[in-house]
Design a binder for this molecule. Structure first.
Ligand code: ACM
Ligand code: ZN
Length: 746
């Protein structure tokens, strides 16, 4: 056994509790201290790379290596092999007289080192550690993070930094989204135009200016050379991270089709997309397309040794295929039922090609439509249903449901967070996730490999912003994936997150401090509307004002829910002694005749957009635009029927309903609207019928859907959604979303 000695000198320090994220599964405190200012690393030869990474890390912290061993100041860090670990990523770490990390594999040793690095935290020179014995083993084998490098290109140095952060949290999979409608970012030697043309777009849409479209008039470009990719793959491998490349097909392919229009159905010139959303132009299903894709995948597989190759498969409009002679001929020849089966036919061909090379495909859950390819794994993003279905069919699954795993969503108060695509996925929500759905039995649950956080970058133009969206949610997800549920506790996790933020500061990594914001939540009970102000950070106070200036050190301290009896402006912030930490949250409450009154929904909203439940529509909070998930309920291809009981006969002069129009997100106004009234809740009279043009007009002007003067006790609102998105819109032919945030009766 080859042993090498390294010695370092440290001075002065500070101590920490067992500060490790993800939390280890077994921790035994030994109730002592180990202090040292020098160290040596003693390791088994096969752990040389891991030893070197540890030394490099301590070097980066400007801790100098010292050659003169001084036993009284020095501690030994042993990295040694231990046979018979039950899991290839398990490790043991003991801090006592010395530091011992043992594992069956170099991955285990690496994870033990990450735990040690976190225990050292921001200490410099003189290190003090609590003595401890840790026996640790991960819960899931796929602990992933994704990054979309098509919508925005991120430099190689940043990709490495991102990999460092994954590694620090014992994540082991980086899903690299390399191609999409808005840019092709991987060099393919056989098809140079993919990057010469496909990696460039004329400009980029400014914020959410879809209609009318506003571009920034700045050429945008970037791609990774094969040399850069090899370097990154190796860098990741040294950190025990597998990179799963994603090459999108048959949709999200406009960048490729701009370079090689002969593989589209129309064969007409295209432009790399400059706005967000999904194009109708997809790969034409023909032999030459398959040859093209096989060639690309050959080069991709040469670069990436991963077992899985991600082939996309999501959001494939069938518009072109429906009218393409060629695609229709393929449907006929192969006796396919429709274009959904054509999609399945396409994926199955890719599946057998990739399988023949000794790899496996993984695709977004749309690859279930029309029948799953025999060897495909499924990434479940439109909720968990696709994952459940695939696991029941005995296919491997990675869970990435939008509700918990989309880190392009808002993580805090929309008014103070940077512009995001929508949604509301807080740190606590991510932490609460369990990748094994109740719907699976024990045997089926074996097919859930793990989960992954997705960072789509439409609204994330810079590396700093990407880190901000990933962190600290990545920390929460790492604990979801590593730590068994019985060890998890959100309140305790938050104390570790606050420590982790100090380490991120030291590493100069950007992250969101949204956990310091105060949540303003409505609570409806017995026809009253109360406001709760929520923040769970220990040793802080929430101060608030109503209908006044922003809270300061002398404002009221929140102690119990606030009863709302009139239209109000609430402002709240978190204070540490007298100092504001975080940002002030401002919320107006529209108190009206519908507020807190009994409301029933005949059809419940989709699980993905039902955070606040039925009461969302009568809590006085009108959803803001651009939207966040929290204030809105969403129905997918279903109709809303809301039955409101005003509890007594009321004079009604106006009925306003806040719907949302965001066609780029497949969200449309209702196709019709019926407002009905009743005095007994049984027999209803139609008060108002509106068609789509009336609705559009009222939406634009922000007016009321009913204006007049009537008396009623009950109001029924029926709003049919777009069962099918009309031609000319994103997602044409698919089910449309309808979002509603509030019913206001004046
Ligand atoms: C996806 O978000 N379209 C997979
Ligand atoms: Zn075609």
């Amino acid at each position: 056994m080859k042993k090498i000695l390294f010695i370092l000198v440290f001075t002065a320090s500070q101590s920490f509790a067992q500060q490790i994220i993800p939390k280890p599964n077994t921790i035994k405190e030994l109730n002592g201290k180990l202090t040292f200012s020098q160290y040596q690393v003693i390791y088994d030869a096969e752990f040389k790379e891991e030893a070197q990474l540890l030394i490099d890390y301590l070097d980066q912290k400007n801790i100098e290596q010292e050659v003169n061993n001084n036993e009284s100041l020095s501690t030994s860090i042993y990295l040694y092999k231990k046979e018979n670990q039950s899991n290839n990523e398990a490790y043991d770490l003991t801090i006592d007289k010395n530091i011992e990390i043992s594992a069956h594999t170099s991955a285990g040793i690496f994870y033990g080192i990450q735990s040690l690095i976190q225990l050292i935290g921001t200490q410099q020179k003189q290190i003090e550690l609590n003595t401890v014995e840790i026996n640790d083993i991960p819960r899931f084998e796929w602990r992933g993070m994704h990054l979309d490098c098509s919508r925005h290109y991120f430099p190689v140095q940043f990709i490495k930094k991102y990999i460092d952060i994954l590694a620090l949290h014992k994540m082991n999979t980086f899903h690299w989204h390399l191609t999409d409608d808005q840019g092709w970012r991987i060099e393919i030697k056989k098809y140079p135009l993919l990057t010469e043309i496909g990696s460039k777009r004329h400009e980029t849409m400014v914020d959410k200016n879809f209609e009318p479209y506003i571009g920034d008039n700045k050429e945008y470009e970037g791609f990774y050379t094969q040399e850069e990719i090899k370097d990154i793959v190796q860098y990741a491998a040294e950190r025990h991270i597998t990179i799963v490349p994603e090459i999108e097909m048959p949709g999200h392919a406009v960048a490729a089709l701009t370079a090689y229009p002969e593989f589209s159905c129309n064969r007409t010139p295209l432009d790399v997309y400059t706005k967000w959303g999904v194009s109708d132009d997809v790969f034409c299903v023909k032999d030459s397309t398959f040859e093209f894709i096989y060639d690309i995948l050959h080069e991709v597989m040469d670069l990436f040794p991963s077992k899985y190759i991600h082939i996309g498969g999501d959001e494939v409009p069938k518009t072109r295929w429906k009218v393409c002679k060629n695609c229709q001929a393929v449907i006929k020849q192969n006796q396919l039922k429709d274009e959904h089966e054509l999609q399945s036919f396409f994926i199955k061909k890719i599946d057998s090609f990739v399988t023949a090379q000794g790899r496996n495909i993984i695709g977004w859950d749309e690859i279930l439509e029309g029948g799953l390819a025999p060897n495909a794994a499924v990434m479940s993003w439109r909720g968990e249903e696709g994952g459940i279905e695939a696991a029941k069919q005995k296919h491997n699954v990675v869970m990435t449901p939008g509700s918990h795993c989309y880190f392009d969503h808002y993580q805090g108060n929309k008014k103070t967070e940077p512009l995001a695509i929508g949604g509301y996925t807080t740190l606590e929500k991510v932490y609460s996730y369990n990748p094994i759905p109740d719907a699976l039995n024990m045997e089926e649950a074996q097919y859930v490999l793990g989960a992954q956080g997705n960072v789509w970058t439409e609204y994330i133009p810079t590396p700093e912003h990407a880190m901000y969206m990933a962190l600290p949610r990545l920390c929460a997800l790492s604990e979801v994936l590593w730590t068994y549920p019985k060890q998890k506790n959100y309140t305790e996790f938050v104390t570790r997150i606050i420590q982790q933020m100090k380490l991120l500061d030291e590493l100069k990594i950007n992250y969101s401090k949204a956990i310091y914001d105060v949540d303003i939540v409505t609570k409806i009970q017995n026809n009253t509307n109360k406001i709760e102000l929520i923040n769970t950070i220990p040793n802080t106070k929430i101060r608030y004002t109503i209908n006044s200036t922003a809270p300061n050190a002398s404002s009221a301290i929140y102690s119990k829910p606030i009863l709302i009896k009139e239209t109000s402006l609430i402002q709240a912030g978190l204070f540490d002694d007298e100092k504001l930490i975080g940002k002030i949250n401002v919320q107006s409450i529209n108190f009206n005749k519908a507020t807190a009154k009994p409301l029933e929904l005949t059809t419940l909203p989709d699980k993905r957009y039902s955070t606040g439940g039925t009461n969302t529509l009568i809590d006085g909070i009108v959803g803001s635009i651009p939207w966040t998930g929290k204030e809105w309920l969403g129905w997918l291809g279903e109709d809303m029927e809301a039955n409101l009981n005003l509890t007594k006969l009321e004079t009604v002069k106006k009925i306003k309903i806040s719907f949302l129009k965001a066609p780029e997100s497949w969200i449309h106004l209702p196709s019709q609207l019926y407002i009905k009234t009743s005095n007994d809740g049984i027999r209803y009279k139609t008060l108002k019928t509106l068609n789509e043009f009336d609705i559009e007009e009222i939406y634009k002007n922000g007016g009321a859907y009913f204006t007049g003067n009537i008396k009623t006790k009950y109001i029924k609102i029926v709003a049919p959604s777009r069962h099918v998105i009309p031609k000319g819109f994103q997602g044409a032919g698919e089910k449309g979303w309808m979002f509603c945030s509030e019913i206001i009766v004046e």
